[in-house]
Design a protein around this ligand. Structure first.
Ligand code: DX5
Ligand code: ZN
Length: 218
């Protein structure tokens, strides 16, 4: 299991030290939660832009960018400059499949991996036809918009359904799970078939980040 640490709840003051500590604790990725105040209520655009600027000067840990925005193409363009490992867009932010495919193509043409994220209420079958073209499906286990929420239990079935479909059809795509993940539910998430987990609060608030990340990975 790989771990992407969400930086949404990292305080700005001495954030550089926090990023260093998270890297030393063994995170595989820094998960960058970009919110525009329209697709979701919060706006983290300037904070996340600043964090990406710092990160690109101090670390080589890959950036896992999660766009929760309405004007997707302009945000893709502003975050592609940080040369992230992947940019993940929301299925629900596209007018139609064509637009989604345009974004997928644009991101791949810029040598960046593509993720598509689905909100808790979106059925996983909706994105089956996109699977051959993307690298990651980001299954939201909370309503996007803020950290520190309780994992929505019913979303775990979506991981199982998607895992079965991917395996039955031999498709090369990662399942990443995001929201409310902690040491109490990680076993269930793992058994459901996820490859990567995003965790914010459970890592940032933990006594020993290294131990927590190791337990999430196990
Ligand atoms: C929510 C974000 C998640 C969230 C994860 O909109 O996409 O990445 O920050 O934080 P926790 O682990 O605290 O739920
Ligand atoms: Zn996220």
């Amino acid at each position: 299991m790989e771990v992407a640490t969400s930086l949404l709840n990292v305080e700005k003051e001495n954030c550089i030290k926090t990023f260093y500590n998270i890297e030393m604790a063994g995170t595989d990725y820094f998960h960058i939660d970009v919110m525009d105040g329209e697709f979701v209520e919060n706006n983290t655009t300037s904070q996340m832009t600043e964090y990406c600027e710092y990160l690109n000067t101090i670390t080589r840990v890959p950036l896992d960018v999660h766009l929760m925005v309405k004007d997707v193409l302009s945000y893709i363009k502003s975050f592609i400059i940080f040369e992230p490992r992947n940019i993940t867009v929301h299925y629900e932010s596209a007018k139609n499949k064509e637009e989604l495919k345009d974004w997928i193509k644009y991101i791949k043409d810029n040598n960046c991996k593509v993720g598509v994220s689905i909100k808790p209420e979106t059925k996983v079958e909706e994105i089956y036809d996109l699977l051959p073209y993307i690298h990651t499906v980001l299954i939201m286990t909370v309503e996007p918009g803020k950290g520190g929420q309780e994992l929505i239990k019913s979303t775990i079935d979506k991981i199982k359904i998607l895992r079965k479909y991917i395996d039955d059809n031999n498709i090369e795509v990662d399942i990443e799970v995001d929201g409310g993940i902690n040491l109490d539910n990680i076993k269930e998430i793992k058994e459901a078939g996820s490859d990567i987990v995003v965790a914010g609060t459970c890592i940032i608030k933990s006594e020993n980040m290294k131990e927590t990340i190791e337990k999430l990975k196990r």
